[in-house]
Design a protein around this ligand. Structure first.
Ligand SMILES: Nc1nc2c(c(=O)[nH]1)N[C@H]1C(S)=C(S)[C@@H](COP(=O)(O)O)O[C@H]1N2
Ligand SMILES: [Mo]
Length: 365
């Protein structure tokens, strides 16, 4: 956990022990908003409340001049305009997306980057055409290994100039549910969510779902671009290569009960029965249980689970709390077949795939 080898002003620098959130982090937080937790109530996140993460600028794209190319290790390179993509076989999928940096701002010491608290999540209904069909039509050659996806946005990160670009293994790319999507909740994609066309990779942290998709390139070698080899890695030391960030780890969130204080957002509820409501999801499996603590993690009880909104989407849960006067600390955690959400922080250098349990402070009056 040393910060010595990371320069000031660099993304994924580790903040000093008492260092507050900087204006640079605030600027990122103001551009990239989370989903207000009260919106956990909706099966499908209403437009504008879904979280947004944009590394560089939102590109301005004229739908009429938009083109998507499929090239690299294919028999026949292809080019599509928007009308041609929309005329192809249509698939609709409800998908919970979460940013791999969710929860980062609560880590100690804090990785300096987009400072998410708990709310970098949202669930949308995406309409598009299966990626696998585009690849089949282009004719993937036998030596194909990875597929690279390139966005129309451009910037620098830690001194590396780049188009936003991510690679997927061919095996992951040909999953039936990977979509080249052009609608969100039945409307054309909004600019901030990738208009006019984006990739949607269900179950994976959001970085895989490349927005403003302009190019799909089949490679005969492993993709080693910045966003795969440097940014989205779980590292415990700055200098190590680390593990790639892939599928979404389980997480449960509760709608903070009662009403908030304006500045602190501390909750106030009346003593008596309180019905807690929340959502839980996992991109690697199905959530099999949600556990709730109303005493700061000393004891836990089981929530009642609702149906999943979709195969790749969150499920609702409820928990009856008999609130007694005084101060309470709520914690919630999701369980899947691979394990339970940690209460202690799963710290790593860039604060990736950290699914530490949510805590909510409540004054019961
Ligand atoms: N082209 C491009 N695609 C991108 C990004 C980006 O900055 N540029 N951000 C990624 C990250 S890190 C996340 S979490 C998701 C966010 O998707 P959303 O803004 O639609 O919620 O988009 C991904 N796709
Ligand atoms: Mo992200």
């Amino acid at each position: 956990m040393t910060s010595s080898s990371v320069r000031e002003g660099e993304a994924s620098r580790i903040a000093g022990p008492d260092e507050g959130i900087s204006l640079e982090e605030l600027r990122l937080a103001a551009r990239n908003h989370g989903m207000p937790l009260e919106a956990l109530r909706y099966d499908l996140t209403p437009p504008g409340l879904h979280y947004v993460l944009v590394h560089y600028d939102i590109p301005y794209v004229e739908p009429d001049s938009y083109r998507l190319t499929v090239d690299g290790r294919v028999g026949t390179p292809l080019e599509f305009d928007l009308a041609t993509l929309r005329a192809r076989p249509k698939v609709e999928l409800t998908v919970t997306l979460e940013c791999a940096g969710n929860g980062r701002a609560r880590l100690h010491p804090r990785p300096v980057s987009q400072p998410w608290l708990d709310e970098a999540v949202g669930t949308a209904r995406w309409t598009g055409t299966p990626l696998v069909d585009l690849l089949a039509e282009a004719g993937v050659l036998d030596d194909a290994v990875d597929v690279a996806f390139t966005g129309l946005d451009h910037g620098t990160d830690r001194g590396v100039e780049q188009d936003y670009q991510r690679g997927l293994s061919l095996g992951d790319a040909v999953g039936r549910d990977v979509l080249v999507a052009y609608e969100m909740n039945g409307q054309p994609l909004p600019p901030q969510h990738g208009a006019p066309v984006r990739l949607v990779v269900p179950g994976w942290y959001g970085m895989a779902s490349v927005k403003w998709l302009r190019r799909i390139t089949v490679l005969d070698h492993e993709f080693t671009g910045f966003q795969n080899s440097t940014a989205y890695r779980i590292k415990h030391d700055t200098d190590e290569e680390g593990e790639p960030v892939t599928r979404i780890r389980p997480r449960a969130l509760v709608v903070p009960p009662g009403f908030p204080d304006f500045m602190t957002r501390r909750r106030i509820v009346d003593a008596g029965p309180v019905e807690l409501f929340g959502r839980a999801w996992s991109g690697r499996d199905t959530v099999s249980a949600v556990e709730v603590s109303v005493d700061g993690g000393r004891t836990w009880g089981a929530a009642v689970l609702g149906a999943q909104v979709g195969k790749h989407a969150w499920r609702a849960w409820t928990f009856r709390w008999s609130a007694v006067r005084g101060e309470a600390e709520l914690l919630v955690r999701a369980v899947d077949r691979h394990g339970t959400q940690p209460v202690e922080q799963p710290w790593n250098v860039q604060g990736m795939a950290n699914n530490m349990a949510q805590r909510v402070l409540v004054t019961v009056r």
